[in-house]
Structure formats: C-alpha cells, structure tokens
Ligand binder design. Structure first.
Ligand code: PA5
Length: 333
C-alpha cells in the first residue's frame, strides 16, 4: 500500500520534470480539443483551468470520436493524452481528428498512441512510465502545459511549476498541516459516501479529481457537484431522507480565492440549510498564488484522503481490477 503513497508524493518531482522540458513548437492555436479518459482526461481539465484566464478554450472530450462538428469549422489543435497509450476512446478520437485534417500532438508513455505518433510524425511529449495513470497527473498536466506553451496558447508556466512543486512536496510530507487535515477528513468520511463540492474553474475541476481518486484508490462510491448549479437542484435532495444521508453521506467543500464572491456566500448558506441532513466533513481552501499551484494544493489533500481511506478500509489503492477486467471484455468484443 505504500507504493501509492510514494506515487502521490512524487507529484512535486513530476512537476519539476515537466518544468525542465523544452516546449515543442506546435504552431499557434487559441482553441484546443483535448482527448483523454480517466487519469489522463483530468489533465486536460487542469490545463483548461490554467488556460482559462488567458482566454484559451480547452474543450475536453472524454469519449469516442468523431470529432465534434465545431472542431471541423474551428480547426483547434487536437491533444491526445493517454498514459498507457492504449485507451480505445482516445485512439478513436485521434484517428478521427487526423482524418479530418487537424494538427495533432500527443502525450503518452507508449502503446498504440506512440506508434501512431511515430508513423504520422506528430509532435509529442513522452512521459516516464511505471505509475498508475491517475498518479502520473503531474507528468500529464506538466506535459500538456508545455505543449500549450509550444502552441502559444498559455504563457510561460515555469514559475508556476516551481511554486506548485514546492507546495506538493510540503503538503504531502507526513504530519504537514495538509496531512493532518486529510487525516481528519478521512476519519470523517469513513463509512460514508463522499460528495465533493466545487465551484469555479479551479475547485470544480479538483472536485472531480477527488471523486475519481476516492473511486479508484479507496474503491468507494463518490460523487461531485458544483456550485452555484447545485443550489438550484441538489440542495432540495437532502430534504426527504435525512436519516439515511446523515448516517451514510459526507460533504467536503473545496474553496479558492478565484471563486465568485457570491459563491463564497452561497457555500455558507448551503451548509446552514443542509447540515442537519448531511454532515459537512471538511472545507478545504486552496493554497498558493498561481492557478497551477492552487490546483495542485487541493489535489494533494484529496489524493492523501483517498490513500488514507484505502488504508482505513484495508484495500490496496494501486490495482483497479474492475477497470482492467472491463478493458479485457471490450478487447474481446
Ligand atoms: O487511473 C486510471 O487507471 C484510469 O482512470 C486510466 O487513466 C483510464 O482508464 C485511461 O487510461 P490511460 O490514462 O492509460 O489512457
């Protein structure tokens, strides 16, 4: 079980690795279509949060091709990211994009995606193998951001990489304040189904990361919702089964200075109105200045919570047997 902790703790090193890369020249693009699933897909969401303030739109596509009709008109750069290089949805999208004449760049450790990259001469960043895809988030986000720099769609991220890597090291160290907060949250969530609340471009994305890390590392159901939308529907969902939800569900809210002022107010009122029916186990504020550092700080706490819950539940966070089994079933169809 220590292996996943070591992988989580390598986040800072992964970001430093990315900071040392030379961004490949990809052309000039203000719109990106990103193809990736699971642990590789979330890297596109993170890159989207970084690119958001500079006006670059990253449309993250988590599924099969064909490429969406708007992309045929707008001609975005297609970034295909797959840690294994063998994810069928991503391979389908990249093939569709290439056949439609889009410029393609890839991020992978190998597999079929690397073969296609060599065959077609696509721009690429090869990331180090050997981790679980979801634990390679620093490599994947870092490589994608360097590709975006190389396509003039985000500004130089080196200072952000340095800040984020330092924070990741500090926060994942045993007995750091972040570690202690993660322990409290893991204790509060044990035996409960977590629902993670986010809001703006930073917390909305990391709420999804928490959910998927809780699914894959702790092997528990978990969901995420985003404010202010949840105040228009989910908030009423706590009314009718308080006996069940009080006992079996726990909310964790993520906050960030980039959240809209009204969202901060909404979080307080949403808590007041729901807490009698569902415990709010924790509120986690982001740290750091750059968007990347704020994303990484919230990620560090969530990754630790998922590992700590796995420890508490006695499950091995590393293997994802059901995902592998499904991939085998699909390969035979
Ligand atoms: O974390 C995981 O293992 C999964 O979510 C994978 O990332 C997902 O199945 C896609 O695989 P890959 O990242 O190799 O494209």
């Amino acid at each position: 079980m220590t292996d996943m902790l070591a992988q989580i703790r390598s986040l800072g090193d992964q970001l430093r690795w990315a900071a040392d890369l030379d961004p490949p020249h990809v052309g000039t693009f203000s719109e990106i279509l990103y193809a990736g699933m699971g642990g590789s897909g979330i890297a596109g969401d993170y890159a989207g949060a970084v690119a958001y303030p500079v006006g670059t739109r990253i449309a993250v596509h988590k599924g099969y091709g064909p490429i969406p009709p708007w992309a045929i008109r707008q001609r975005p750069l297609l970034i295909a990211a797959s840690y294994s290089g063998n994810t069928e949805e991503t391979l389908d999208m990249v093939t569709s994009a290439w056949e439609s004449g889009l410029t393609v760049a890839t991020v992978t450790t190998g597999g079929r995606l690397a073969e296609l990259t060599t065959q077609h001469g696509w721009r690429t960043i090869a990331v180090p193998p050997g981790l679980q895809p979801r634990a390679a988030v620093g490599y994947m986000v870092g490589a994608v951001l360097r590709l975006l720099e190389g396509s003039h769609s985000v500004d130089d991220q080196r200072l952000a990489f340095t800040e984020a890597a330092k924070l990741a090291d500090e926060m994942t160290a045993e007995d750091s304040p972040a570690w202690q907060q993660a322990e409290e949250i893991a204790e509060g969530l044990e035996g409960r189904i977590p629902i993670i609340y986010g809001a703006g471009p930073v917390t909305g994305v990391v709420a999804q990361r928490w959910k998927t890390q809780l699914n894959e590392n702790a092997k528990i159901p978990a969901w995420y919702s985003v404010l202010p939308e949840l105040d228009h529907n989910e908030i009423t969902g706590w009314e009718t089964m308080p006996g069940t939800t009080r006992e079996h569900v726990g909310i964790v809210a993520l906050t960030d200075p980039g959240d809209h002022d009204r969202v901060a107010i909404r979080i307080g009122h949403t808590r007041e109105l729901t807490e009698s029916a569902v415990p709010w186990v924790g509120v986690v504020p982001s740290s750091g200045t750059s968007t990347l550092a704020r994303l990484v700080s919230l990620t560090a706490v969530g990754d630790l919570v998922s590992w700590m819950l796995a420890e508490r539940l006695g499950v091995d966070p590393v293997p994802v047997a059901t995902i592998e089994e499904l991939k085998k079933l699909l390969a035979d169809d």
